[in-house]
Design a binder for this molecule. Structure first.
Ligand code: SF4
Ligand code: SF4
Length: 300
């Protein structure tokens, strides 16, 4: 086997090292394992040289990072790094360095990773120390969406919804995050309108589903879906309403449409028939969105 086994993606800056990371690196080295210490994966630049180094060294590695495994995996794939079979541990789940090392050893005994003892010379009772190779570069805090391509159905809603050009379509109408740094820090709006819960913001603190926690799905947000239909002017495929139309007070007693978040007509229109709605001026939210869209389009 070549290359390090343990890759630690840091959380802290070099000026403020994290005790857990340092403890893990020291214990792994003492066990004879080779380690690579890199900056926080999510904050590394798009053209960082570290991505190509990782591409060569991930085979048989354990990646320790401050992200859930799913966004970490799709982040690597975004940089054309095959992450199949890679074991990813979220350091946030561990209280101390010893429990991280125990988890790695348990996986080795389960056969899920190369045996740690392989780093020792034959017959040696104590392992020869491993190495710690730091790969440093200056990073700055970033915020952008990561798409879980196994969930994405290429509906294009995120591309149509985002006002800031973060998403683009390729020649086959496949959505991709092309301008990540145009995303607005702290905004997870498109993750709340994605019908497939395919969009993750791994540093989102309040909603584990948006952060990409294992097995979780983002609950669609009715207000955000309404914003989507207002912004794109698409007719809602479920209730048939369009921006600029709203059911009368009597009709709107049918509750909110689960798809577009608008007041739902009491009776669904017959297949192919126009919905029973009366045109009225946009409501306050529609009006605000419309003005925001116009402002954005005026930008150079
Ligand atoms: S909204 Fe979700 S499912 Fe649709 S293209 Fe975007 S990421 Fe894919
Ligand atoms: S969070 Fe907002 S700004 Fe960022 S990609 Fe989604 S819609 Fe665009």
């Amino acid at each position: 086997m070549s290359g390090p086994w343990i890759i630690v993606s840091g959380h802290a800056t070099p000026d403020a090292p994290n005790a857990l990371e340092e403890g893990v690196l020291a214990r792994c080295r003492d066990r004879g394992w080779n380690c690579l210490s890199i900056p926080h994966l999510y904050h590394m630049g798009e053209s960082s040289d570290i991505w190509s180094t990782l591409a060569k060294r991930l085979e048989n590695a354990v990646l320790l990072c401050w992200l859930h495994p799913r966004p970490a995996q799709w982040l690597l794939r975004r940089h054309q790094i095959a992450a199949d079979g890679l074991t990813i541990l979220n350091l946030s789940n561990f209280a101390d360095a010893d429990s991280v090392v125990s988890a790695i050893i348990d996986m080795a005994q389960d056969g899920r990773q190369p045996r740690p003892e392989a780093g020792r010379p034959a017959g040696a009772s104590e392992p020869a120390p491993g190495t710690i190779e730091p790969l440093r570069e200056s990073t700055h805090p970033r915020w952008y969406p990561i798409i879980d391509a196994s969930r994405c159905v290429h509906c294009g809603h995120c591309f149509q919804f985002c006002l800031f050009g973060v998403y683009e379509l390729d020649g086959q109408d496949i959505v991709a995050v092309r301008n990540p740094d145009q995303c607005k820090p702290g905004c997870p709006a498109c993750s709340r309108i994605c019908p497939q819960s395919a969009i993750m913001f791994p540093l989102h603190r309040n909603d584990p589903a948006i952060a990409g926690a294992p097995g979780q799905f983002v609950v669609l947000d009715a207000a955000a879906r309404k914003m989507f239909y207002s912004r794109t002017r698409q007719p809602c495929p479920l209730c048939g309403q369009t921006a600029g139309s709203r059911p009368s007070a009597a009709l709107s007693a049918g509750g909110l449409c689960a798809e577009c978040g608008r007041p739902r007509p009491l009776k669904s229109p017959a297949a192919g028939a126009a919905p029973t709605v009366v045109p009225v001026p946009f409501d306050d939210l529609d009006d605000l969105i419309d003005r925001l869209d116009q402002q954005t389009q005026r930008r150079p």
